[in-house]
Design a protein around this ligand. Structure first.
Ligand SMILES: Cc1cc2nc3c(=O)[nH]c(=O)nc-3n(C[C@H](O)[C@H](O)[C@H](O)COP(=O)(O)OP(=O)(O)OC[C@H]3O[C@@H](n4cnc5c(N)ncnc54)[C@H](O)[C@@H]3O)c2cc1C
Length: 513
């Protein structure tokens, strides 16, 4: 068999996107995945009962819609059955006092909802979106290319930097006054699981809100796993191969250059031109020969901060549930629960090793609203997502996960129209379970680790190595531990592919199917 040009370690959506661009450019790629299924955190599985298809991790593919991969349909993944619904409404938020806010894709219609609480807030909402219209091209430029130490010295660049230096909470509390509206904006700003009180999160109230306004709760028909499945077909059609059940345990280095990998069963996969890794950056010292990484890199990644960790509950329901609104029951793929004060208290509890069911931030995902084939006999799948610490203070996840899941289900049922009898099966997943599912969710982190100043931009994954080129020649890194971080954005994947292609003397702009 001919040796691959590039061996890829890990088959998350980012590394598959990178592999797809490389394969389309004519390079021979082999992808090795530890699990028996590809996709990492973009995967759809039967987690409760036969026939009930759950997105084990991610559901919303919003960020990837503004990646040129999708925006310009560069890889034409629709040919392989990848199809999105831009849901309308994007989101329903029922409050405990019986009030509710429905976000519609028509921004004026959303503003009318907010006007019922505060006319000033309705105006501020439209202003926020208009401001983002002016900043979003700059955001796209920063995200869809490797980070650069020099910030762009333009009026828009300076405005963006000033805004981003603030915290999401400051931006929201300065502009909005009503507690319901503040809760909606805080809930949205937390969608990428970054502490909204941390400076450096100031753009999130705009970027996340505008993304949902434009693309709804962008839902892949068939489930999150349809993205990696489409990429797999494209890679194979272009001569590449994907091997599952093959954890990479070693990246080999020959004469100072990454020369291939070895898997747990001892099989060696030589690479003619490069190795591309999506092994968590903090684990690179474990798989590379000792001494091949500079001490500064090793000490930086060894002190990696995972950030806030996630907890999920998957339910199989007898029928499709709806949300309670002040205008009656409403169907929606996504529902929001939790006040701004509740979220801040929950983050505080998380830091103390405690779960918090008093007034938690909860995302409810109800995909059968637009994709009924994910459950048999008119049933539905439902996911509840919140944060919880990986290490509990005075408790054990084996018992706590069932108790905490029950509390979250009760809370969701109080804002929806399903009852206990409608629940056919339930599977809770603690941060430990999420880590066991995917070694890239290191220390329970599901977004590649905190996006603090020391772990983002030119510092991600380590200062001096943010352009996807690792300290060993021929070794490249992609995935959530690289710029611009986690979520289903595909940006680390496309960016890394472009850098690697250019290094191999190929023009990335010519790689379009
Ligand atoms: C419960 C949950 C809900 C989420 N919801 C959303 C959402 O709705 N929207 C959103 O945008 N984001 C969401 N996220 C975050 C998002 O899913 C991730 O940030 C993103 O999918 C990470 O993609 P990735 O390509 O970087 O890597 P991953 O998806 O983490 O994939 C990495 C792959 O590499 C493999 N691997 C690792 N080490 C090795 C090795 N040594 N050898 C071989 N293979 C290896 C892993 O098995 C895995 O398949 C969620 C995450 C979780 C956990």
């Amino acid at each position: 068999m001919q040796e691959p040009d590039v061996v890829v370690a890990g088959a998350g959506h980012n590394s598959l996107i990178a592999a797809a661009y490389l394969a389309v450019a004519g390079l021979r790629v082999t992808v090795l995945e530890a699990r028996d299924v590809i996709g990492g955190n973009t995967v759809t599985e039967e987690l409760t009962l036969p026939g009930y298809l759950h997105d084990s991790c991610s559901s919303a593919h919003v960020l990837i819609q503004s990646n040129p991969l999708m925006r310009n349909n560069e890889l034409r993944l629709d040919r392989y059955g990848l199809r999105y619904v831009f849901t309308d409404p994007p989101l329903v938020m029922p409050f405990p006092d019986g009030a509710s806010i429905t976000m519609w894709r028509d921004r004026d219609r959303t503003a009318s909802e907010l006007e019922r609480f505060s006319p000033g807030d309705a105006k501020s909402y439209l202003n926020l979106l208009t401001e983002w219209d002016e900043l979003k091209a700059h955001h796209g430029f920063l995200s869809n290319s490797p980070p650069s130490a020099s910030t762009v010295d333009s009026d828009v660049g300076r405005r963006y930097a000033r805004l981003n230096a603030r915290s999401a909470k400051e931006v929201i509390f300065d502009r909005f006054e009503d507690p319901h509206v503040r809760s909606l904006l805080m809930w949205l700003a937390f969608a990428t699981i970054q502490d909204p009180e941390r400076p450096g999160t100031g753009i999130l109230p705009m970027s996340v809100t505008a993304g949902r306004q434009e693309f709804g709760w962008a839902t892949p028909i068939g489930g999150s796993g349809m993205l990696p499945q489409a990429l797999r077909q494209l890679i194979e059609d272009n001569g590449g191969s994907i091997v599952t059940g093959s954890p990479v345990t070693e990246i080999t280095v020959t004469k100072g250059r990454a020369s291939g990998v070895a898997t747990a069963d001892g099989t060696r996969y030589p690479a003619r031109r490069a190795v591309l890794s999506t092994i968590h950056a903090a684990l690179l010292p474990e798989v590379l020969p000792e001494g091949s990484l500079p001490a500064s890199f090793v000490s930086r990644v060894r002190s990696w901060k995972p950030g806030l960790t996630l907890f999920a509950v998957h339910l199989a329901l007898r029928s499709k549930p709806r949300f309670k609104t002040d205008g009656g029951l409403r169907g929606s793929v996504a529902g929001a629960i939790g006040s701004s004060d509740g979220l801040l208290a929950q983050i505080e509890a998380h830091r103390s090793g405690l779960t918090d069911e008093r007034d938690p931030w909860v995302l409810v995902v109800n995909p059968c609203e637009v994709d009924p084939a994910r459950a048999p006999n008119g049933g539905a799948t439902l996911k509840l997502l919140t944060i919880a610490p990986r290490s509990l203070d005075g408790a054990d996840w084996t018992t706590e996960k069932h108790r905490f899941a029950t509390k979250l289900v009760e809370l969701a049922a109080s804002r929806m129209d399903f009852e206990e009898d409608d629940i056919l099966a339930l599977t809770p997943e603690s941060p430990i379970d999420l880590e066991e599912r995917n070694p890239h969710n290191l220390w329970g982190s599901c977004h590649g680790g905190e996006l603090s100043a020391e772990q983002s931009g030119v510092n991600r994954p380590a200062p001096g190595y943010s352009t996807y080129r690792m300290p060993v020649d021929g070794l490249y890194q992609t995935g959530a531990t690289t710029h611009p971080g986690g979520s289903v954005s595909g940006r680390p994947g496309r960016n890394a592919a472009r850098v690697l292609l250019a290094d191999l003397g190929l023009d990335p702009d010519l790689v379009v199917v």
